[in-house]
Design a protein around this ligand. Structure first.
Ligand code: ATP
Length: 361
């Protein structure tokens, strides 16, 4: 249904996705787990055509290659995205928001039927179809966003952090709804920081780290994996005597329905050194290390300024501006450490002009 092969995306010199391969079958929920900055949103945006993938990347929906097509063509191929933050039209009613989701050619003819289907799926929206969207609760707005995506009659629905900002009760309702959507045969690709609930409803999961898939498996196996528990579920650390890892290569998944072409073999999951080394440490220790790193950056910036191209030149920031900013930050930090008060502004008479306060601003 949806298949990505060697999907790579770069923002300038930074590779946000590096050869990602994955597949989703009809009626399957697949969750992507990863730390902040791992590339989860980039993955969804690249599939949706919102950021261009590298030339060798392959994306297919229902067997149709879509990599590099504009977003509206990808919607026509059967993909819908519920973006992070919902992005509703706040001043429009629930019904108007839903109907805007049916602009795709594939959905126009069946607009009314789709509307009735969506309202049947979300009875609360049926009760509130005339209500202005921005006056609804966070959970209700998330329902509108999902309903609007379903109005294009997609075969694949992608959701970016749908539970963000929702109470535990609303999260549970949301995940229950996704299970309902799955029953209609739609494949769901879910990016979720609520790893516990994400894994609870998913059939399979992928672990994304620094733009690469570092593990995958049936959701139940991932949830039991000590390294996954430690990194994503806040669970106990893996013990030396415990099972090595429950996560296997894709060929070992019995639970996953067959996709048109199985994803390329994935590397075996290896726990991340970063998660392993940082998570057990205290906040004080993390803050101390962050301070050290920052100091190293400042030193490196000074060294580089003396020997190489000016730092910040790529962003149009002059060397003087940057060094003045660094000096101000250092001075402020030093004052904060010894609790020295801010230097008092000089009186207007000394500066030869009226101060803002003098002007009453
Ligand atoms: P989060 O959970 O914090 O939303 P994420 O896993 O969704 O993170 P992305 O937003 O995909 O991560 O970002 C992946 C990397 O690409 C990050 O290092 C980010 O800084 C970088 N990045 C994302 N968007 C851009 C952009 N438009 N320009 C430059 N770099 C970007």
């Amino acid at each position: 249904m949806l298949e990505c092969r060697e999907l790579t995306v770069a923002y300038g010199q930074h590779r946000a996705l590096d050869g990602v391969s994955l597949g989703i079958a009809p009626g399957e929920i697949v969750v992507i787990l990863g730390a902040n900055g791992a590339g989860k949103s980039t993955l969804l945006r690249a599939i949706a055509g919102l950021v261009p993938p590298a030339a060798a990347s392959g994306i297919a929906i229902g067997g149709r290659p879509v990599a590099g097509l504009p977003p509206h063509e990808i919607v026509e191929a059967g993909l819908a995205l519920v973006p992070e933050g919902r992005q509703l039209f706040g001043d429009l009613s629930v019904e108007e928001n839903l109907l805007l989701g049916a602009y795709a050619r594939r959905a126009r003819a069946a607009e009314r039927e789709n509307l009735e289907r969506v309202l049947a799926l979300f009875p609360k929206l049926a009760e509130r179809r005339a209500q202005v969207a921005r006056t609804m609760s966070g959970g209700e707005q998330q329902m509108v966003a999902i309903g609007r995506a379903l109005m294009s009659a997609p075969s694949v629905l992608m959701l970016d952090e749908p539970s963000l900002g929702l109470s535990p009760k609303l999260c549970t309702a949301l995940f229950r709804t996704l299970a309902e959507v799955r029953r209609t045969g739609v494949g769901i690709l879910l990016v979720e920081q609520n790893a516990r609930q994400g894994l609870a409803i998913a059939d399979r999961g992928y672990l994304l780290e620094n733009g690469r898939i570092v593990g995958e498996g049936p959701a139940a196996a991932l949830a039991q994996d000590p390294a996954v528990q430690k990194a994503y579920l806040g669970g106990a650390a893996a013990t030396a005597t415990g099972p090595e890892h429950a996560v296997e290569r894709p060929s070992a998944q019995a639970a996953a329905p067959a996709v048109s072409a199985p994803p390329a073999a994935m590397p075996r999951f290896v726990p991340t050194p970063r998660a392993d080394t940082l998570i057990p440490q205290s906040i004080d220790e993390l803050a101390r290390r962050a301070g050290e790193i920052q100091t190293e950056h400042v030193r490196a910036a000074r060294g580089a300024r003396a020997t190489a191209a000016p730092i910040g030149a790529a962003h149009g920031i002059g060397t003087d501006t940057l060094s003045e900013a660094l000096a101000r930050i250092e001075a402020a930090a030093a004052r904060a450490r010894i609790r020295e008060p801010e230097p008092k502004p000089r009186p207007a008479s000394e500066r030869g002009g009226a101060s803002d306060a003098d002007k009453g601003e």
